[in-house]
Ligand binder design. Structure first.
Ligand code: ADP
Ligand code: MG
Length: 617
């Protein structure tokens, strides 16, 4: 037996390795199994080059737990190592790798580092009291060796009688790491890190990996079913995806993968962090934040790239030119795919819009390159549902009727077709097109697109009376004289706490409602932002009273009678009821005011004493 010291002058690094980032201890399995995979792949390469002759048999990898001996063994049938190679690769190269790693990251507690940067072979000491390597090289006449190290810098090497080619790494699991002798724990780790490694891996007589996952195959060789099956393999409990994109580039960087569009419900229950990042089929992470543009994180699937630097910290990753290119490549691919789907089967694209819309709009807000392409396929759904407009189509439909004073096209929208029903109906009567912008991203979408689309003004359908919103030359003559209009205006006054009302009398169409309550667009948006937790100006406006404009339609026939009414109390009751009806349609009548309205209405219907009905204090 030969003994040696891994390196004379160095301090003992094993205690440091052992303590290093406890939570990530499980990555040792990834490192050791990847080494076993590498050794098997090398053997196959050598065979194909003719350097290894004859039948190499299978190169399956086996993981074994021996509870009595408290060992975990990773066993491969790869190239193996000669004694010189053990000295070179384990005692020198791997050791200096581990040492360098610790040099770099000692004391830093950046939890993601170790997960991205393998400590390689020496990570085994995080969980072991002692590690053994029993290995026999593929080289003819080579003798098997057994290397052993107990966590001190001293190691020993001796000859061994292992007969078959390959390597067994035997970990004598330490007491704190007893969890790694539990089969369930190991299975779980193997499924996480090794699920798609390219060499068959067995644990407890069952193969745990799929060596040829869909993303490594050619799209032409895959059916719809294959893509869907692979999705199920990744996310066993998810609904089938809407569609997918197969990524495949080799220049200027290497990247393969499949991205799936998940089905999403209206609410923002989308799960980010569903994309898994691999490097040559080795699982690296599901935190792809710095690699994939944020809006694309709503997608699911797999990205595999050996070119993404994994051995560095986050801040470096953000500045990495390859990473930037990867981000814009994926963005382009996704935009192209959406455009293709839209062009080739618009109907099915529209059917998926509920799921796609959130994603597309989020992308348009956050990524100008994407916006440019998405303008072609972003859709606006009609308030009644079922009909969709692209931006250009909306412009064409609205061109003749819906322009404001500056000549911009007014895009009328509703955030709640049920609550804003009376306004939608009124707009439709005038043949205006109202679209639904009711999802959680829409408020931000509106604010952003208004800046980006110079020829569009977004106006919620209840923001003002339609006559004010849209610059139509046909204004109705008022049937009231100036004095009558003044008199009418004086009859209206609203005293509701936290409600700031402005009253105006206008001559609208006699068919329009007698009083219309509208909520000015700007104030309402600010209020909404405050409610959704938007800081800054939002919280400033959040404390301001609600703004409402009451437009009294002087041309409505009802005012002829009201103006003539001699019983002042009755006159006031009528005016109050009309006001309350308008406020009610905006959901602004609540509590005490609502009760008073109900009581007043009942009494008026009963034809009760025509006295003023007073709001309770
Ligand atoms: P890396 O894999 O990045 O080279 P490691 O510390 O994981 O670093 O491994 C160091 C070296 O030890 C490997 O490059 C390889 O030459 C050798 N090695 C480790 N495990 C095996 C194995 N199972 N079979 C053959 N060689 C191995
Ligand atoms: Mg390695």
């Amino acid at each position: 037996m030969q003994k040696g010291s891994i390196r004379v002058q160095t301090e003992n690094i094993f205690p440091i390795i052992k303590k290093f980032l406890y939570s990530d201890h499980e990555i040792f399995i990834r490192e050791l199994v990847s080494n076993a995979v590498d050794a098997s792949q090398k053997l196959k390469t050598l065979t194909s080059l003719g350097e290894v002759k004859g039948d190499i048999g299978n190169t399956d990898i086996h993981i074994l737990i021996d509870k009595d001996k408290k060992t975990l063994t990773i066993s491969d049938k790869g190239v193996g190592m000669t004694e010189e190679e053990v000295d070179k690769y384990i005692n020198q190269v791997a050791f200096s790798g581990a040492e360098e790693f610790l040099e770099k990251y000692k004391g830093k507690n950046e939890a993601n580092i170790i997960g991205h940067f393998g400590l390689g072979f020496y990570s085994s000491f995080m969980v072991s009291d002692k590690v053994e390597i029993i290995t026999k090289s593929y080289k003819e006449d080579s003798k098997a060796v057994r290397w052993e190290c107990d966590g001190s810098p001293e190691f020993s090497v001796e000859e061994n009688d292992k007969e078959n080619r390959g390597t067994d790494i035997v970990l004598y699991i330490n007491e704190e790491s007893a969890e790694f002798l539990e089969p369930e724990r190991i299975r779980h780790m193997l499924e996480k890190f090794c699920k798609f490694l390219p060499v068959p891996i067995f644990f407890e007589d069952k193969q745990i990996n799929n060596p040829t996952p869909a993303w490594t195959k050619k799209p032409a060789d895959l059916t719809t079913q294959d893509y869907q099956d692979f999705y199920k393999e990744l996310y066993p409990f998810s609904e089938a995806p809407l569609f997918w994109i197969h990524l495949n580039v080799d220049y200027p960087f290497n990247l393969t993968g499949i991205l799936y569009f998940p089905k999403v419900k209206k609410s923002f229950e989308i799960q980010k962090d569903k994309i898994q990042l691999y490097s040559n089929q080795v699982y690296v992470t599901d935190e792809v934040k710095d690699i994939v543009p944020e809006f694309l994180m709503l997608l699911h699937g797999v990205i595999d790239s050996p070119d993404i630097p994994l051995n560095v910290s986050r801040s470096y990753l953000q500045g990495d030119p390859n990473v930037k290119k990867i981000g814009s490549y994926i963005t382009k691919k996704v935009a192209d795919k959406l455009e293709e789907l839209f062009r080739e089967d618009r109907k099915s694209f529209e059917e998926k819009w509920e799921s796609l819309g959130l994603f597309v709009k989020y992308g348009m807000i956050t990524d100008d390159k994407f916006l440019e392409k998405a303008n072609k396929f972003n859709l606006f759904e009609d308030a009644d549902g079922g009909k969709y407009y692209t931006l250009d189509e909306y412009k064409t439909a609205a061109e003749s009727l819906q322009k404001n004073k500056e000549g911009k096209i007014v895009m009328l929208y509703t955030t709640d077709p049920v609550q804003q029903n009376s306004f939608i109906k009124a707009a439709r009567q005038k043949e205006f097109v109202v679209v639904k912008l009711e999802t959680i991203v829409d408020a931000a979408f509106i604010n952003n697109m208004e800046m980006k689309w110079s020829d569009i003004q977004f106006v919620r359908v209840d923001a003002d009376i339609l006559e004010n919103l849209i610059d139509k030359n046909e204004s109705n003559e008022s049937v009231l004289s100036k004095e009558e209009a003044e008199k009418l205006k004086d009859l209206f006054h609203v005293e509701i706490p936290d409600l700031h009302t402005t009253i105006e009398v206008k001559g609208l169409s006699p068919d329009s409602a007698p009083v219309i309550a509208t909520r000015p667009e700007f104030m309402r948006r600010m209020k909404d932002m405050a409610m959704n937790g938007g800081g800054g100006m939002g919280s400033f406006y959040g404390n301001m009273p609600e703004e409402v404009t009451l437009t009294v339609n002087g041309n409505h026939p009802i005012y002829q009678n009201i103006l003539k009414e001699e019983n002042k109390d009755q006159q006031e009751n009528l005016v109050k009821n009309l006001t309350d009806l308008a406020l009610l349609s905006q959901g602004l009548l609540k509590g005490n005011e609502l009760t008073t309205f109900i009581n007043r209405s009942v009494e008026m219907m009963e034809g009760k004493p025509k006295t003023k009905i007073i709001t309770e204090a």
